[in-house]
Design a protein around this ligand. Structure first.
Ligand code: CAA
Length: 240
């Protein structure tokens, strides 16, 4: 059966890889983005995947964006909550704005997108929600109280919503990526990143496609018995 998915933050980095792999699996994909129109247009040109702009931290924008996708591509069966930002800094230097931006986007975005899509999935008795958490939500990370709190929140959100979706055929799972070769990780200072990579047993950063592989696995038609789980894809850095 043909399915429609929204991937938030779906035009770059891990999100781009997820959008592409879902499309290759026969899913109709809407890639949400929050920033650069020119980059999003280039993404659509390159991939043939429609891009939709809205801010996931804004509940009304999410409702309107999902409505537009529904009108243009059909009912939304799959949501991948991937959009995320970092505002790294130690607690002494972290401002309330840095705290709030990360919580509102990374965790608030999951709530806003689920509010806009879960009722329809429940009604149609089929749905897949995949939330992108993080190794740093599982283990913590120096300089990331905001990010670790939001990502840890995503793991709790996943387990709670999984219980609400289970009897309606809606599965809710999380992926906890480790350090993946994207712009976000490239922003970590070189000397700090070197030490982090030295602690990854596989001996390298992950690839975005290695996270996309996990998302497609969880979104499959025959993945209906997998719910409330967290799939860690981190090169063995944290065995949780
Ligand atoms: N553990 C213990 N101490 C640490 C530390 C660590 N991991 N990292 C830094 N420190 C110490 C330093 O040794 C230094 O100590 P001294 O003052 O005694 O020398 C002190 O903390 C200050 O360190 P910095 O000079 O680095 O401080 P800063 O204010 O310039 O920067 C920081 C702090 C912004 C947190 C910076 O260290 C940093 O960017 N760290 C990387 C954070 C990180 O890993 N972010 C992940 C981004 S990718 C992502 O989030 C994706 C995902 O899901 C995995």
């Amino acid at each position: 059966m043909a399915r429609t998915a929204i991937v938030t933050g779906g035009t770059r980095g891990i999100g781009e890889a997820i959008s592409l792999m879902l499309k290759a699996d026969g899913v109709t994909v809407a890639a949400n983005y929050g920033g650069d129109d020119a980059k999003a247009a280039a993404f659509t040109e390159r991939t043939g995947i429609a891009a939709y702009k809205w801010d996931v931290s804004d509940p009304e924008a999410c409702a309107a964006g999902v409505g537009k996708v529904r009108d243009e591509l059909g009912e939304v069966d799959i949501v991948v909550n991937n959009a995320g930002i970092t505002r790294d800094s130690t607690i002494l230097k972290q401002s309330y704005e840095q705290w709030k931006a990360v919580i509102d986007t990374n965790l608030g975005g999951c709530f806003n997108m689920v509010k806009a899509t879960f009722p329809g999935m429940r009604e149609r008795r089929w749905g897949r929600v995949v939330n992108i958490g993080s190794i740093n939500g599982q283990a913590g990370q120096y300089g990331q109280v905001n990010y670790a709190a939001a990502k840890s929140g995503i793991h709790g959100f996943t387990k709670a919503l999984a219980q609400e979706g289970a009897k309606f055929g809606v599965t809710v799972n999380a992926i906890a990526p480790g350090y993946i070769d994207t712009d976000m990780v490239a922003a970590v200072p070189d000397d700090v990143l070197e030490k982090i990579v030295a602690r990854i047993p596989v001996g390298r950063l992950g690839q975005a496609s290695e996270i996309a592989r996990g998302v497609c696995f969880l979104c499959a038609e025959d993945a209906g018995f997998i719910t409330g789980s967290t799939l860690s894809i981190n090169g063995g850095q944290h065995m949780y």
